[in-house]
Ligand binder design. Sequence first.
Ligand SMILES: [Zn+2]
Length: 79
Amino acid sequence: MPETYLCANCRATVTREFSVRSVIRTCEECGRNGRFLHTSLVDSLESIPDSDRPDEWETMPLDERFTDALKRGLIQLTR
Ligand SMILES: [Zn+2]
């Protein structure tokens, strides 16, 4: 089953046949070479309550949110 990944910058999606945390590629939408996060990780980030989000959360790209949330123990990696 194909796995879906989201561009950390613009959330354009791409599918891959393998399941990993993230893939590094150049986005065809925004042109940024960077990290595409697996949808399960994006879901984990979305589920972090407002009270646990830093003030700049809204302006942070997904990969920065991920790094921040991981550092603060708000999400656990299951793979
Ligand atoms: Zn993009």
